[in-house]
Design a protein around this ligand. Structure first.
Ligand code: AMP
Ligand code: ZN
Length: 475
């Protein structure tokens, strides 16, 4: 069964397939590397990761490209303020991003091109656009895309010309650079920005003089460099629909005369405590902030994918706490499955092993999987998982692999090194705890108490739940 996903351009749900029958070509706008990613950024990257995993589990390989925006106003300003060369500055934040990505179990993209390593392709694109009459250079050495030359401008965001112009006004887009007054129309956007004093030593030579590429251009250049002039799926946060993706379409299609992207995948924004995240409100979190509060990266992953990608997620610390408890239940089930079917952790989490051993139909877990295929409905898939693991036990090997299959698609690793040590319960302790649970279930309270005493003496604490127990080191 294929994956269906909502497409922003056609405003409809469509089947995901690779046009050439080879790998699905998937481009994502990546992080701007001038500081740590916040949990809003991470939510978008996580949902893109669940999408990629889900497609791959259906048997279609994915060629995933996610860029690094390593030159823009923010990276330049911050690196200059800190007196660090731009490349060195962005390398530090790229490494930090990679650390976060690893902790959150994000699969690494096949390519992660940086804007500053692709200046030549950006300059080539601009030259082609000027030659075709879609762009013009100004006296001060900037180059603009002429929006009126591309009839379909606005097709993604469905903005009328008036609204497009409004969207470029200073209040919405930040202060207008002096050179921007030279634009023929307020809707035109920069492809090349002439060097300014505040750019310091950060500039490249071009046929129009020293300067740097505009932000929108890098994604057109790099996506086409790695994935071809037309590719399958393009993802990003919903804030990028306009102007970033609208401009990517204009630049690319005006240049090639071909459709740029077949399917647009946008993720709704994350809110914190019901408000937009911002430094001034003090509600901007990074993974590090949450780890410092004692939360595990996997709980953050769980929490951030627990709302549908087209719905805003309201993040609270309480919901993150609830995610930790939800993971415990899932982990307990995984432990039981591994025990009963003799699977090792490395088998349980190995994609190839799962694919080789999964039953044709996923049995009780089929419904969770189908929710994912249906417009990546992560909350419904998680709901189905809990429904199944709360029901009658069937700890067959096939079911163990079916469970592992759905967890892999969600990217939930219940035994990553980041988790508290409490999960490594020795066999003997597990046996005593199981025995105690059975005694309690049979209302043999004297025996249950004696076993609890034994466990306490061995340094373990048992916490009863409706449908089982948790066990963790005491103290
Ligand atoms: P940036 O590092 O700002 O270039 O953004 C990286 C990705 O995060 C882009 O796809 C943005 O659309 C996305 N993004 C930014 N803010 C949020 C948010 N609050 N919630 C979800 N995604 C976001
Ligand atoms: Zn982009």
């Amino acid at each position: 069964m294929p994956v269906h996903l909502y497409d922003t351009l056609t405003r409809s749900q469509r089947e995901i397939r690779s046009e050439d029958g080879e790998a699905l070509r998937f481009y994502c706008c990546g992080p701007t590397v001038y500081g740590p990613a916040h949990i809003g950024n991470l939510r978008t990257f996580l949902l893109q990761d669940v999408f990629r995993r889900t497609v791959e589990m259906t048997g279609i390989p994915v060629k995933h490209v996610r860029n690094l925006t390593d030159v823009d106003d923010k990276t330049i300003r911050e690196s200059r303020e800190q007196g660090v060369p731009l490349k060195e500055f962005t390398r530090k934040w790229t490494e930090r991003f990679h650390d976060d990505a690893k902790k959150l179990n994000l699969l690494a993209p096949a390519f992660e091109p940086a804007a500053t390593d692709h200046i030549k392709s950006q300059i080539d694109l601009i030259s082609r656009l000027i030659d075709a009459g879609h762009a013009y250079a100004t006296d001060s050495g900037s180059v603009y895309f002429r929006v009126s030359s591309f009839d379909e401008y606005g097709k993604l965001s469905r903005l009328k010309e008036r609204e497009i112009t409004t969207g470029r006004e200073p209040a919405a887009g930040g202060p207008i650079d002096a050179d921007e007054y030279e634009r023929d129309s307020g809707a035109d956007f920069a492809l090349w920005k002439a060097r300014k004093e505040e750019d310091g030593e950060i500039y490249w030579d071009s046929p129009w003089g020293a300067g740097r590429p505009g932000w929108h251009l890098e994604c057109s250049a790099m996506s086409m460099d790695y994935l071809g002039e037309t590719f399958d799926v393009h993802g990003g946060g919903v804030d990028l629909v306009f102007p970033h993706h609208e401009n990517e379409i204009a630049q690319s299609e005006a240049c090639t005369g071909k459709p740029f992207v077949r399917h647009w995948f946008h993720c709704a924004h994350l809110m914190v405590d019901g408000k937009k995240m911002s430094k001034s409100l003090g509600n901007l979190y990074t993974l590090e902030d949450l780890q410092a509060k004692g939360f595990s990266p996997m709980a953050l992953r769980y929490e951030l994918i627990s709302a549908h990608y087209r719905q805003q997620l309201n993040f609270t610390l309480d919901s993150l706490q609830a995610a930790e408890s939800a993971l415990k239940k899932l982990r307990r089930k995984a432990d039981r499955f591994m025990e009963s079917s003799g699977l090792t952790k490395s088998e349980f989490y190995d994609r190839e092993t799962i694919l080789e051993n999964r039953p044709e139909s996923l049995g009780p877990f089929q419904s969770a999987w189908e929710r994912l295929l249906d417009d990546l409905n992560t909350p419904a898939a998680l709901g189905e998982l809990f429904r199944v693991i709360g029901g009658a036990e069937d700890k067959s090997r096939g079911n163990a692999f079916a469970y592992a299959f759905v967890l892999f698609a969600l990217g939930i690793n219940l035994h990553s090194e980041q988790e508290p040590k409490a999960r490594e319960v020795p066999d003997e302790i597990r046996r005593l705890a199981d025995e105690r649970w059975e005694a309690k279930s049979a209302r043999d309270f004297a025996r249950a108490d004696a076993l609890r005493q034994e466990l306490t003496e061995a340094g373990w604490k048992v916490l009863d739940r409706k449908d089982g127990y948790d066990i963790e080191p005491a103290g």
